[in-house]
Design a protein around this ligand. Sequence first.
Ligand code: ADP
Ligand code: MG
Length: 698
Amino acid sequence: MTSAPPKSSVALASADLDRPLRAALPELARGAATLARLGISTPREALFYLPFRYDDFSELRPLGELIPDEKQSARARVIDLKVEKGFGRRPQRVIAQLADDTGTAEAIWFGRRYVETRLHAGDDVVVSGKVTLRGWRPQFTSPEFSPAGTTSMHTARVVPVYRLVGGVTQRRVREQLARILDRALPALDDPLRASERPDLPPLDEALRAAHFPEEAADVVGALDRLAFDELLALQLTLAQARRAREGQRAPRVTVDPAELDRLLAALPFQLTHDQRRAVDEIVVDLASERPMRRLLQGDVGSGKTAVAAVALAGVVRSGWQAALMAPTEILARQHHAGLAPLLDALGVRVEFLSGSLRTGRKQEVHAAIEAGEAEVVIGTHAVISEAVTFRNLGLAVVDEQHRFGVAQRAALQAKGLELEPHVLALTATPIPRTLALTFYGDLSISTIRELPPGRHPIRTELRDRGALPKIEAFLADEAAAGRQSFVVAPLVMESEALSAASAEAEAERLAAALPGLNVGLVHGQQRADLRDETMAAFVAGELDVLVATTVVEVGIDVPNASVMLIEDAERFGLAQLHQLRGRVGRGPHRSFCILLSNATDPLARRRLEVLRESSDGFVIAEADLALRGAGNLLGTRQSGLPPLRVASLFEPRHVALAERARELADRLVAEDPGLVRRPELARLRADFAAAEEEGDAA
Ligand code: ADP
Ligand code: MG
């Protein structure tokens, strides 16, 4: 830091960064409780609680020159302020009349915001917000405001917008974070040396600009730096895993070609060309002493499970045990249901293992696994990795439907085994090959692009909300024909609590609009058992319509579902929309995906049209990559991909950063495998691993 005079407050010591907020910064008082509600418990967590978006209010315009539908600011006098009481379902409204030399405008706030205690007729203020035209008059809807002539972190600048929970305001979060930044940033050590981050800013500068940029352009460099650190953490993880594996030996599992032919002949269908190639690639890897780490990627329904079945059976026929692990009980059960008939046809003995089995039964399965009698075991990650000792595990198939973590699970529990099992990861999130090599650098990749013959394409339509009554009638027709529908509720970016509320409201609305239909609801704020129960009821066909937020896993297979209705579709990533669409069209019925969107932005329309025009996950991923420009600052969380918060696989600048991070990580790990001489880097890596675990738990 150069010249800035010290603030009135003193900097924290670096040890304070990880102490409870209340202890490290007693003066925050109740502010600490506010932040705790957002999951922030230490100064360091506060520093890294990044905005998910910015509002650029830096343009200051006279009232007479306000531009409709733009975010902007104005300096004006409050001529009149009136509070209209709410009644029934109508919220209270506060309306201010504003004027300057050039014209007049109105500002309106809804709900109990206590605006009237902070704003009075005669005040000179700066207001910042989005303007719409009410007749001929410009109106600010719920603008931020501050007294004119003061500097404010809420108005007339680029303003950070944070994820919130109910009862916490942007204003309050901004104010608390600004106080913490002042005290805590000077205590933060930069994990990177200047030579390791050419043309990226130092960490403290990056964090300050990420929260409170002086101007919009500052955000890009700041987020690039934070993205780089995140990518470096990922690449350090991968580099360490690669290195750890160098010394490991896997069983040589040699699948006899004649035996392989027999297995393929026993399948109820002929493998597609892509499936067959994947099988051959796996068979080659299995015969090596180097542990296989292979990713099998292909769209939902492309036949990955069938490939896995052949691999599992091949391994068993060569005298080894094999396992398939899924992230949740429901998915494990579905894998079991899908695989058991195939493996049965191939003459392989399968055991299912899950936390919900009776203790006695569980012990039987454990014993069968230890004795080597269980040839293939299917279950959840937790059950298989923690509680079980295999006699001779040759292959572990992991379902990566909803997470990354291959690197972590590379150190798969192989207790009592001298040999490291081969690992095959299945993923239904296709990503372009160049990206895959960058982000899964330690994996080999098999790709299935071609779908098995005889699939009905899913018809995808783009509609606006005006079409809802017709769509509802369609849902009712489908229900009458015995089909089921998914409705993905409007996404509320600011908070999971709000999304849950909107899902609830949507479920109520649909239940009212569709009397006689059974409408269920699942969201991430429900108790897990209630959620599982509702899911199970939908799978069993007891519900006609399932309203869900996306946080809820819809990785389940419901062949009877024929409609996927996604509201506010423009707010989702293309990969995510494609995943959601893959939930239908899994049975013999004609299936539909309806993307509901009122977006008028041409780019948003174009993105949705990509989805209408293509059903190939790879084409969609590539189009997504091409359509996203520098405009997309924060990465959206994509299922099956690394849990990156800042970096995005679909941001070309970040892909370039990932390559740099990979080179740096290789060098750092080669010099100092445990990163013992670089504790800040070790911590970066550890924090990333912890974030991943948390993502897994969510
Ligand atoms: P994924 O695991 O990629 O979602 P699955 O392996 O579960 O796909 O296959 C989806 C469906 O297609 C299953 O019903 C499976 O039996 C069937 N299937 C898989 N491969 C073929 C094939 N080559 N020919 C015909 N049907 C196939
Ligand atoms: Mg499958």
